[in-house]
Design a protein around this ligand. Structure first.
Ligand code: HEC
Length: 335
């Protein structure tokens, strides 16, 4: 707009300079105003460059801030999805435990006693773990463990970091859930853990070997999985879900979004450039070319067409008026 104003000012200077009475001063002023108008036209191309620099700057800023915003959002979504998945798996394992306890144990336990063998199928924690092993067959990156510091089945012994988790639940009795991310061989995994507490019913098997069913002691021995106390946290249910895939999907989404935005921005810049050229630059250049020719003495040029009422048309009209005045002045001079 500043350019427009200066073009307009140059045109008005030209008109004003025509009012000078002394012919020499007038000729000098007119020539100067025309030169001003001509340089104005040459500068309009630079106008396009400046506009583009501004647009590219604004869009780059927009693109960068969108990128950061979208990245945080997509990663958050991926994390939430993984957490939901882990929660669902933990809930399904717990459901298996409850189902076994309510629907299987009462019948199978009697059969076991009758045959004199211990049937681990009657144990809810056994049911949950073995069910999950079947799931793991198809989804090897997912794991489920009922880790205990002093387990009946040594397979369930807590590893170092699992023992830390259990210790955390022992130290903070109010905590009933814990999530952590860990690096594994197959990329990062999210762990969801819930504490396992001893209740009244557990003591018949996990308190003393003398109290526990003989078949149990015969199968597992009298060294592990005993000495548990009422209310104590003895272990943790730990579900782990790989986060690499959801994070990869989030990353792909981010790249796609960035490319789309880039294409849209480029398209918008081209459209704005075309508009700028048609609405501002081309008319200004026509004016400047005319001014150039008039300054070289081509007085009988046709008037420029001025349609509409925007600032550019205003300048064109001023220019036409100036052209007319100049023609009249020149005619007067020649007479
Ligand atoms: C009928 C005896 C019995 C009762 C009652 C019982 N458990 Fe167990 N529990 C076992 C046996 C046997 C295993 C090992 C199963 C296997 O081979 O996976 C076991 C396994 C577990 C495990 C997996 C870790 C480990 O020690 O191998 C946890 C945790 C557990 N029990 C907690 C409990 C809790 C909590 C209760 C009470 C709500 C309870 N148990 C009640 C017999 C029992």
């Amino acid at each position: 707009m500043e350019r427009l104003r200066s073009t307009w000012e140059a045109s008005s200077t030209l008109i004003l300079s025509l009012q000078y009475r002394e012919p020499e001063l007038r000729t000098y002023r007119v020539a100067r105003a025309l030169r001003l108008l001509t340089t104005q036209g040459e500068r309009t191309l630079k106008l396009l460059v400046k506009f583009n620099l501004l647009l590219v700057g604004v869009f780059a800023l927009g693109l960068i801030s969108t990128w950061f915003e979208a990245r945080d959002f997509l990663q958050g979504q991926a994390q939430e999805e993984v957490l939901r998945e882990a929660g669902l798996l933990a809930a399904s394992a717990s459901a298996t435990r409850v189902y076994t306890e309510e629907a299987i144990t009462p019948y199978l336990a009697k059969a076991g006693e009758h045959d004199g063998v211990f049937l681990p199928q009657t144990i809810p924690f056994y049911a949950a773990t073995t069910t999950f092993q079947k799931i793991q067959h198809d989804y090897p990156d997912y794991t489920y463990k009922e880790a205990a510091l002093n387990p009946t089945n040594l397979r369930d012994r807590a590893t170092d970091w699992e023992a830390d988790l259990i210790q955390h639940f022992r130290d903070s009795p109010g905590d009933n859930e814990l999530t952590r991310t860990r690096e594994t061989a197959n990329g990062p995994s999210l762990y969801l853990a819930h504490p396992i507490r001893v209740t009244e019913g557990c003591l018949s098997c996990h308190s003393q070997p003398s109290v526990a069913p003989k078949t149990l002691v015969a199968k597992y021995g009298d060294r592990n999985g005993f000495g548990w106390n009422m209310g104590e946290v003895v272990g943790a249910q730990i579900v782990s879900v790989p986060t690499s895939l959801p994070l990869k999907i989030a990353h792909q989404g981010l790249i796609r979004l960035t490319i789309d935005l880039f294409v849209i921005f480029a398209f918008v810049i081209v459209l704005i450039d075309i508009g700028l050229y048609v609405i501002v630059i081309r008319p200004l250049r026509t004016i400047s070319e005319s001014a150039n020719r008039i300054s070289r003495g081509e007085m009988d040029l046709e008037h420029l067409t001025a349609r509409g009422n925007d600032e550019v048309t205003e300048v064109t009209r001023s220019f036409n008026r100036m052209h007319t005045s100049l023609q009249k002045a020149m005619n007067l001079l020649e007479e």
